[in-house]
Write a protein that binds this ligand. Structure first.
Ligand SMILES: *Cc1c(COP(=O)(O)O)cnc(C)c1O
Length: 362
């Protein structure tokens, strides 16, 4: 078989996956472990599939060190459905606090408002979301304190959790920095992550919830939006997104194999460092808009002197097999997403291209 063409994929999501994972999926595609079936064709109630979903959960628990009093769910509806499920399940008739550090936390806040009462505990919108909020205005009665650990569009990332008031559960959207570094899960009441940024294909969202929070769930929720039902059914109340769960399971195995989250964090840091360094050393040709202490290790947005140069940059990069570099349509500019599966070679190739582009256009 000829070697397939592989580009350096800087897409923000769906995004690059580890080549080994794709190759394993390919090898198992027609005949999963002697079953004579693809995972796609299997009953979700079969013992083979049960081993896949249980294995995925066990590997994730080991990777993240998830304590035994937390449940793991594999749900559908993307990160966006969690914007609604969360307040529906955990807020009841009360209010919840939201920290707004970029478009995604802002979207979650707006969704929470559609369904009830929510407060802004902090917002950096007036600064263009270019740093993490420093001071929080917290409601001691809040049903939870919400934050997004990595703002995929604006490129700001939390490395230390915000401090909720005593007794207020901390809730996090970790979609775009999930399994990118070790986390102390015990600080969180709930975390969720759409898989397609760092952990697999689209179609599955991982939700990790501390058991006692399930007691808050009102009894009149639609079944599919009820954490208690979904958790009690082991994510199998109905047919789960079987193939996506299989794929995230392969990614979790891969993450363990390459040394776990500390090794992954080191690698991610090294990739981010070379790219930020080339921005900082470009004499202002490339400009990152995020303040250094808030810079994301996963998504690196930056600007060039003009929008025309930005378009030329993305187009020229694509010709060099560096793809997915255009910034989000809401903010423009350039964005390099360098999730776990992006190699250091990819980061270095981008840096070489940036230097070359500046020489020709600077
Ligand atoms: C992509 C993203 C979402 C939305 O995810 P969908 O699966 O498209 O609904 C939510 N939060 C963050 C941080 C994201 O990066």
């Amino acid at each position: 078989m000829s070697t397939p063409k592989r580009v350096y994929n800087f897409n923000a999501g769906p995004a690059v996956l580890p080549l080994e994972v794709l190759q394993q999926a390919q090898a198992e595609f027609l005949d999963y472990k002697g079953t004579g079936m693809s995972v796609m064709e299997m009953s979700h109630r079969s013992k083979e599939y049960d081993a896949i979903i249980q294995g995925a959960e066990a590997d994730l628990r080991e990777l993240l060190g998830i304590p035994s009093n937390y449940k793991v769910m594999f749900l559908q509806g993307g990160g966006t459905l969690q914007f609604a499920m969360l307040p529906m399940n955990l807020r009841a008739t009360g209010s919840a606090d939201y920290i707004l550090a970029g478009s995604w936390s802002q979207a979650a806040y707006k969704e929470a408002l559609r369904l009830g009462t929510a407060r802004v505990a902090a917002s950096t919108e007036k600064d263009g979301f270019n740093h993490l909020p420093k001071n929080l205005d917290l409601d001691p009665q809040a049903a939870y304190l919400y934050f997004c650990s990595n703002e995929t569009i604006h490129g700001v990332e939390y490395f230390n959790e915000p401090e909720p008031l005593a007794g207020v559960p901390l809730v996090c959207d970790t979609s775009s920095d999930f399994i990118s570094r070790p986390l102390d899960i015990s600080k969180y009441a709930l975390l969720y992550a759409g898989a397609q940024k760092n952990a697999g294909p689209a179609g599955v969202t991982v939700v990790i919830i501390r058991e006692d929070l399930l007691e808050r769930t009102p009894s009149n929720l639609p079944t599919m939006l009820d954490y208690k039902v979904m958790s009690a059914g082991g994510s199998m109340h109905n047919t789960p997104p079987c193939y996506s769960i299989y794929m995230v399971g392969l990614v979790f195995q891969w993450a363990k194999k390459i040394g776990g989250l500390s090794a992954i964090q080191k690698n991610n840091r090294a990739k981010a460092d070379v790219i930020y360094k080339s921005i900082d050393e470009s004499g202002g040709f490339y400009r990152g808009h995020v303040q250094p202490d808030s810079r994301s290790v996963m998504n690196i947005p930056f600007r060039l002197p003009t929008p025309e140069l930005e378009d030329a940059f993305a187009a020229e990069a694509k010709k060099n097999d560096l793809i997915g570099l255009k910034g989000h349509r809401s903010v423009g500019g350039i964005r390099a997403s360098i999730y776990n599966a992006m190699t250091i070679e990819g980061a270095n190739a981008l840096v070489d291209f940036m230097k070359d582009f500046q020489r020709k256009n600077g």
